[in-house]
Design a protein around this ligand. Sequence first.
Ligand SMILES: [Mn+2]
Length: 637
Amino acid sequence: MEEMRNTVNSETMPGAEPAAEPTASSVTAPTAVDAAGAAAVNAAAATETNAISKETAKEAAAPPADTGVHGELEALTAPPAKSKRRTVCVIGHKNPDTDSICSAIAYAYLKNRMQGEDGPNAYVACRAGQVSLETQYVLDYFNVPQPLHIDNIGTRVKDMEIREVPGVDSKISVKDAWNLMRSENVFTLPITDDTGHLNGLITTNDIAKSYMDEDDAAIVSMAKTPYRNILKTLEATMVVGDPDATFEQGKVVIAAANPDVMEDYIDPHDMVILGNRYESQLMCIEMEAGCIIVCLGSPVSRTIQYMAREHGTTVISTPLDTYAAARLINQSMPIDFFMKKDSLTTFRRSDYTDTIRDIMSSKRYRDFPVLDHKGRYTGMISRRNLLGVRKRAVILVDHNEVSQAVDNVENAEILEIIDHHRLGSLETINPVYFRNQPVGCTATIIYQMYHEQDIGIPREIAGLLVSAILSDTLAFRSPTCTGLDRAAAADLARIAGIECEAYAKDMFTAGSDLGHKTPEEIFYTDFKTFKVDKITMGIGQITSMSAEELEQIGERMKPFIEKASETHGLTMAFFMLTDIINESTTMLCYGPRAAVLVEAAFGVKVEGNVARMPSVVSRKKQVVPALIAELSRENEV
Ligand SMILES: [Mn+2]
C-alpha cells in the first residue's frame, strides 16, 4: 500500500466544485435529435458507431449473461437525452488503446454511481478515435458498446442559448411583424417557408426604413399587398371584392377635395381613401379606381356596390377615420418586400463557437439564424449569447498532454485528470482533481477508486479493467507493471471470470491482425507525439506475439515513416516493433539526428535506420525517458 501515498490530492476534490453548480440552461446535453443527426459528435462518426455496434453485437460470440448493468452501460456510452444535467465527457487519448477506452467507460460508470440518482452531471464515456481490434475484442467479450466518438470537444452553437423565435410567413403585414417583435422582445424575425427553410430576415431597422424612407404613393402596390393584410390592419370588412386578391397596381390617394378636382388626381387602379360622400365614391368607380376605402364605417349604398362590381372596383369599409386609415395603410404591406434575403449569415447547430465568434464580430447584425443539419431554421443567436456560453466539461483519463488529447481541449473545462504517464504540457485555468500514479495502467487507479468509494465492480466493468491492465502491461511483462497492477488484475479477473494468461493471449491475437492492415493503419494503431523544447517526436508502437510477423511489418513500415514524419512536421520519428514473447523491440528511426540520439540513449548500434533493443518493451517507461534524458544532455553541452 506504500504506493497509495503517491496519490496526488486524493482526499479533496476541488474539481467536483464547478460541476456541482446549478446547470446553466445554456449548456444542454446533446439532444436525442442530435444523436440521430449531426450534433455533439459528427454525423458520420455517430452513424459509423451505430453501424459498428450493431455488427459487433451480431458477431459477439456467446455474450455473458446480462447482469442488469448492461442497460446502464448502454446509457453511459450513448448521447444522453436532453436534460438539465451537465454532460461531462470522460475521454482517453487519441488513437485510443484498450486502457483509454476501458478506463473511460469504467470511470464514467463510477462517477455516475458516486453522485447518485439526482446528481448534477451526466458522465458519458467518449473516445477520441477508432477502436482498435484488440479493444473491440474486449468490448465484444463483455458485451459493452463502444463509447461515443468525439473528435472535437469545443463548444458548438447548439451549446449556446438558442432563442426559439418562431419563423413567420413572408406575407404577414409590417404591423403584425412589429407587434410580434414587441411581444417576443426581439429585433429580428426569421421568415420561413412551409418546409421550415429560411427565406429571409426582417429587423426593426427594415421596418423603420419602410416608414421613413418610402414616400412613393405607389409603394403599397409595389409591395403587392394582400387585401387580407389591409383588412386586418384597418380592422376593415370587404364589401365588394376578393379578400385573397392583392393590390398591385396604382397609388394611394385621399379624396379630400371635390370630385371635379379629384378627377385630376385619380388614375385607373388607384386606391382611394374617402368618407361617406356618395358622389366621390361614384366618381372613383367611374375613374376605374382599383379600390375605395370608405372610412368611419359609413354604409355603402347598394348602387355603389353594384357599380363597383360592374367596374371591378374593390370596396372596403373601415371604422377608422381617414387620417388613421392613411397612416396605417403602409403597415399592411407584406414583410417580404422589405426583408433581407440575399447573402444571409446563418450558422449550423454543429458549428464551433470559436469559428463563429470571428464571423459574428465582422458583421453589423445583431441576430443570426441557426439552421439544423437539414438546413431548416431552428432559432436565433446573438453576440450576447456567445458571452454566456459555458465550456464543455471533460475528464481526461490515460493521458495529460495536449498533443494527445481530443481536439480543442484547450477550450474545454477540464474537471479531472486520471493518469499514469509522465506529466506533460496541459495547463488548466481552475484547480482540477489530478491523480497520477506510477502504475502500469490507468485501470489500476480506477480499480482503487472503486474500493475507496466502496462501490462494487460489476462483472462487465471488471472485465474491461482487467483487459486494460493486461494490455498496458503486456500481460505483466512490461517493466511498467507494478505489484498494484498484478493485485488489481487478480481480483478483477476473479470478478470477470477469466483466466489472465489465456485471455490475454486471445486478446493480443485478436488485436494483431497486422497482415491485413495498410502501413498507415499499422502506424497509427498506437501513435503518440511528444514535445521537448522545440523538438517534436512521434513514436508509434506495435506489439505482436510473432517475431516473424514483426520482421515483415518492419519492411513495410520503412517507406511510410518518412511520409508520416512530413505530415506531422516531426523533427524525428520512431516506430517500435515489440515482440511480447521475447520481450524485445526493433525500432525504426527517422530524422537527421534520430539514429545518433538512439545510439547515445540506448548504447546500441543503429544500422540502416534500425535499432535492435533487447529487453525494451515499454515506450512510456523505457523509450521516452531515455530519449528525453539524452536530448537534455545534448542541450546542456
Ligand atoms: Mn494506459
